[in-house]
Design a protein around this ligand. Sequence first.
Ligand SMILES: C[S@@+](CC[C@H](N)C(=O)[O-])C[C@H]1O[C@@H](n2cnc3c(N)ncnc32)[C@H](O)[C@@H]1O
Length: 234
Amino acid sequence: MTDADFPARRARARERLDAIDPHKRPGGAEADPHRREWFEAVYDLADEDPAGVPWAGLAPHPLLLEWLASRSLAGLRALDVGCGLGDNAEALAAAGAAVTAFDLVPRAVHWAQRRFPQSAVTWRAADLFHAPPEWRGAFDLVHELYTLQALPDTLLADAARALASFVAPGGALLVISRARDEAQRIDGPPWPLTRAQIEALAVDGLRLETLEDVPASDSLVRHWRALLRREGGR
Ligand SMILES: C[S@@+](CC[C@H](N)C(=O)[O-])C[C@H]1O[C@@H](n2cnc3c(N)ncnc32)[C@H](O)[C@@H]1O
């Protein structure tokens, strides 16, 4: 639920967060290479106001909803990576999956839990780069939306290996991200991904099954929606 002042508070939050983001300053990236301190600061400064969390749409992403509309996830184990305030994890659960959702920032996870008190989702605070060992090969569907594009490109190879490690035999990784052409200049973060960066997620036994280039519309900028699969299983 948003109020009339929400857009103004969101705009002020973006300004404030950009001002403290070392990745917005030339040579600043070393100060917080994984952006962990910045992500913590986002949720701290928001102080329970979702306007303060720039990516909080307070609804599942339309490209995830569209993908889910034509399938059931009944009986599948799903993992939502970098779950933020939890709307996408809830959509995966509503589609029938047994969902684990995690975020680096405990405050985000607690906030998601409070927003969805009846939720069947298992909420966890965890770091993509140091995930619990029991998640290895444990999920039929791994869903990642907007976390990769929030990470510096030096981390993408490690992130790809981490994401692949969660996928069970026969399972899949679904990635939704803003898209850009190789030659396009960007003023990130966020850093929309290139086709090559999406293709480079096919590591450690994952194969790119589909890659949709979703053109910009009135409501969305250009996006990728990619499905990568691991052979095996039933
Ligand atoms: C751009 S937001 C997207 C959130 C959510 N997927 C959505 O679309 O609303 C990225 C999220 O990933 C989390 N994150 C960043 N680095 C992470 C890491 N290393 N491990 C787990 N989560 C991380 C952030 O705290 C943030 O909530």
